[in-house]
Design a protein around this ligand. Structure first.
Ligand code: SF4
Length: 430
């Protein structure tokens, strides 16, 4: 199985040579190295699934890294990374997210989802630096859970997350103030508060802190139903951010009616709702989404079923509701991995999640036929911003000069309540 990088290169070359109108990848810019998109006048996510999303002005940007890393060949970068890793030994842990490109994941000591990786960092207290090959909110979570003497490094500061950026602390606070005006802040006769805030792990530390301060909690895509149950025990309704799809899919599976799940558009008064709608609500959904998972469609599922009768369709719950409803199963990255690993007979799997992970599963389980539901190669734009050149840059800086580049730190005023919200999640289990 070719890696996503080599697949994109192949498609782009074929398009240029033989099929100029073909749409094998979502952007020809994917063949360029990420530093071609660093240091622009306005922040942007770069090529990939989020390229049409508008990055907020405050989105961190990455300055140009030294030319020696930009001009180095793949072999040279490999040698430099391995030398730095060897020199640092136990002082270093490299974490790689499932959605990260193979060219980077090959250096990871742990590969997993965002929360598994944050916990892996905690299990390596001897590591002085934690290099997180993922995106910004993941590095923040690792900083929340790691020791005070450990530094978390994000090799490219422009590796944010377009979904996490769709809910910022000021907009959520403004929403909260309006909800308090309409719904009050006093508990009902059963002791349940008017609203419990629930944030998906894919959010800034500031929002996790907001939840910690306001009786709320964090969830992952693995435990969203458990967390919503926890919240309904303590509140009459939930404000769920930033991913509307995970909120809607989870609450619907728990029996909450769609009419009880209004959307909150932060650009409109009362989120675009009237007071009665908010009073009748059970889950108020923030207007956010993942541009990777938004690409999956019911048509793709129908095509997979027609091309491969008996195909098993598994999608991530960040996909839109009609896609989740049309699939055979929906679950987190961990669920998808385990479902494929547990299949004892050769099976055809059509998977609705990020292409790097799907390609890796296909290589790992050659006895099965595993493919991405989306025929267009379109990786997560922000994961794609990490490249071996950045990894070599941050590793050599620490190995040779003890310099920590691109450190991600969460201030105590945010970290303390954010940990409260994370601890509530851990206590809620499973
Ligand atoms: S896949 Fe979606 S949610 Fe995950 S980092 Fe990329 S944009 Fe964010």
């Amino acid at each position: 199985m070719a890696s996503t990088n080599s697949t994109i290169e192949l498609i782009t070359r074929e398009q240029a040579e033989t099929r100029p109108a073909a749409a094998g990848s979502c952007s020809p810019d994917l063949v360029k190295a990420p530093w071609n998109f660093d240091g622009g006048a306005t922040p942007a996510y770069g090529p990939g699934a989020s390229m049409a999303d508008i990055a907020p002005a405050a989105t961190p940007r990455q300055g140009q890294i030294p030319e020696e890393y930009r001009l180095a060949s793949d072999d040279e970068l490999h040698a430099r990374i391995m030398t730095a890793k060897e020199k640092l030994g136990e002082k270093l842990v490299v974490l790689g997210h499932f959605y990260q490109r193979d060219e980077v994941v090959r250096y990871a000591d742990f590969v997993g989802d965002s929360f598994q990786l944050a916990r892996a960092a905690k299990e390596k207290p001897e590591a002085e630096i934690i290099v997180f090959c993922g995106v910004h909110f993941m590095a923040e979570t690792a900083d929340l859970l790691s020791g005070a003497d450990q530094s978390v490094i994000l090799p490219n500061l422009a590796a944010g997350c377009s979904m996490a950026d769709m809910a910022d602390i000021d907009s959520v606070q403004a929403c909260w103030d309006q909800l308090t005006d309409v719904l009050g802040s006093e508990p009902d006769a059963d002791g349940r508060l008017p609203v419990i805030p629930v944030t998906y792990m894919n959010s800034s530390a500031a929002l996790k802190g907001f939840c910690g301060e306001n009786g709320g909690i964090v969830c992952t895509s693995s435990n969203a139903a458990t967390v919503l149950e926890w919240a309904f025990e303590r509140g009459q309704r939930v404000l769920f951010f930033p991913d509307q799809h995970l909120g809607r899919n989870t609450a619907k599976a728990m029996g909450v009616g769609l009419e009880q799940m209004p959307m909150w558009n932060p650009r409109k008064p009362l989120g675009g709702n009237d007071e009665q709608t908010l009073q009748d609500s059970r889950v108020i959904l923030w207007h956010g989404f993942c541009s990777v998972h938004k690409r999956f469609t019911v048509d793709q599922i129908e095509k997979a079923r027609s091309d491969y009768p008996g195909v098993r369709v598994i999608v991530h719950p960040e996909c839109p509701m009609p896609v989740v409803d049309a699939a055979d199963e929906a679950g987190s990255t961990d669920y998808i991995r385990k479902a494929i690993a547990a299949a004892t007979e050769p099976t055809v799997f059509a998977v609705g999640t990020e292409i790097n992970m799907v390609n890796r599963l296909a290589a790992e389980y050659p006895q099965h036929t595993i493919f991405c539901l989306d025929p267009v190669v379109c990786p997560c734009s922000t994961m794609y911003r990490i490249h071996p050149g950045y990894l070599a840059w941050v590793l050599e800086a620490y190995a040779e000069r003890g310099e920590v580049l691109n450190q991600i730190t969460v201030e105590d005023s945010v970290a303390v309540p954010a940990r409260v919200a994370l601890e509530r999640m851990l206590a809620a289990k499973p």
